[in-house]
Every structure is written in C-alpha cells, then in structure tokens.
Write a protein that binds this ligand. Structure first.
Ligand SMILES: C[S@@+](CC[C@H](N)C(=O)[O-])C[C@H]1O[C@@H](n2cnc3c(N)ncnc32)[C@H](O)[C@@H]1O
Length: 201
C-alpha cells in the first residue's frame, strides 16, 4: 500500500466509510440526497466506480471491497473530486449483503470482472453462485438491475447458466459503463469482454 493510500484510509474513513458492525444501514441518513442506490461489489482500485459516481450525481453508490490498497486509492480519488454520493465498506460483500442492506432498497448491483477462478477445483470459490444470487435478489427493488461483466468466456457461460436457472431474474438491456482496470488488462491479453444484465422479476 502506498503512503498516500494509507493516509487516505486514516483521514477519509470517517467521511466515506461504512461498518458492517453498525448493522442494517439507513440509506437516507447516509447520503446528502435521497436517491437511487447502486452497489458495486469488488471495485478493485475503484477508478471506474469514482468515474460513475462523478458522472451520475443523481444516484448514490456504495462500494464493497476487501483489497485495502484499492480502498485507499478510491478514497483519495473520491476526495479529490469532492464526491458526496459514494460510500464504502471494507469488508466481504457476503457479510455486508446479509447484515447491512435492507430488503427492496437497492436500484442496482454491479460486479465487474469478479475473479474468474479458471481451474475446475476452484470453481466453488467463484463469487457468482446460486446462493449469492439468492442473497442479492431480496435486496433489489422490483425491476432493480444486476449487471455483471467478465473477460473469461467460461465464467460468462457459468454466470448465464446460473441466472437462467434462477426464477427471480429476467434478462435486461445492458447499460453502458466505464472501462475498468482489470478489463484493460484482459483486453491487452486478447480476451473478449461479456456484459450480462438482468432485472428482478
Ligand atoms: C479481478 S478483480 C476486479 C476489480 C475491478 N472490478 C476491475 O474490474 O478492475 C476482483 C475484485 O473483487 C474483490 N473481491 C473478491 N471477493 C470479494 C468479496 N467477497 N467481497 C468484496 N470484494 C471481493 C477482490 O478483492 C478484487 O479486487
């Protein structure tokens, strides 16, 4: 972690940080404006999430990430742009979804380039699983969107199959989004990128 990232984590956490130990979140109390909330799970270094929050001031964003240098980086960038529509959990998304996010409260969940875990014996470590889709669904408002992107074709197939088997989601038009850091790496390696979007039925 760079000194700047470490400093950001210390100095900016009170302004941007959320704690799962505080339990169920009061979304209205957390943001200046009461407006739609999108959650991003696994934002990495966070540049694309900061970009989205800056581009869409009419929407609130919550990032969830476990990689501390990435969180420090995002805090620095958010502060540099004076963002007031972005908050962050530095914790496992499964715990945050379970304990902090109220039912039917979220307009969108986005997961860009989750770790692909290519080896068969590691597939159980993939974030996108039936149980995980079960966890997200009740937190979405009716019509709320789940948007996933991957540069690993077998994982794209896996995600499609899991979503097709899930009665709670129907397919949706893929929205635009900024390019992510991990995506640029995949494109440089010659990978194709797949975006998949569904809505809560
Ligand atoms: C391959 S990286 C992609 C990062 C970023 N979305 C991008 O496209 O550049 C996957 C990220 O997911 C995060 N991650 C993995 N499991 C997670 C979990 N259970 N909760 C929150 N973040 C998680 C990792 O720390 C990592 O930063």
């Amino acid at each position: 972690m760079s000194d700047g990232q470490r400093r950001a984590l210390t100095q900016l956490w009170d302004q941007y940080g959320l704690e799962s130990s505080d339990g169920l979140i009061d979304l209205r109390a957390q943001f200046d404006k009461d407006q739609d909330v999108t959650i991003e799970i696994g934002f990495g270094m966070g540049d694309s999430l900061v970009q989205m929050a800056a581009d869409e001031p009419g929407r609130n964003f919550i990032g969830i990430e476990v990689h501390r240098p990435g969180i420090g980086h995002l805090l620095r960038e958010a502060d540099a742009r004076g963002l007031t529509n972005l908050k962050v959990y530095s914790e496992d998304s499964i715990e945050v979804l379970k304990h902090c996010i109220p039912d039917a409260s979220i307009a969108g969940v986005q997961i860009f380039f989750p770790d692909p875990w290519p080896k068969k014996r590691h597939h159980k470590r993939r974030l996108i699983q039936g149980d995980f889709l079960d966890l997200i669904l009740p937190r979405l408002r009716q019509g709320g969107m789940l948007h996933i992107a991957t540069d690993w074709e077998p994982y794209a197939q896996w995600i499609r199959e899991h979503l097709e088997q899930h009665a709670g989601y129907v397919s949706a038009k893929v929205p635009g989004r900024p390019k992510t850091k991990y995506e640029s790496r995949g494109l440089a390696l010659g990978h194709d990128v797949t975006d998949i979007a569904v809505r809560k039925a």
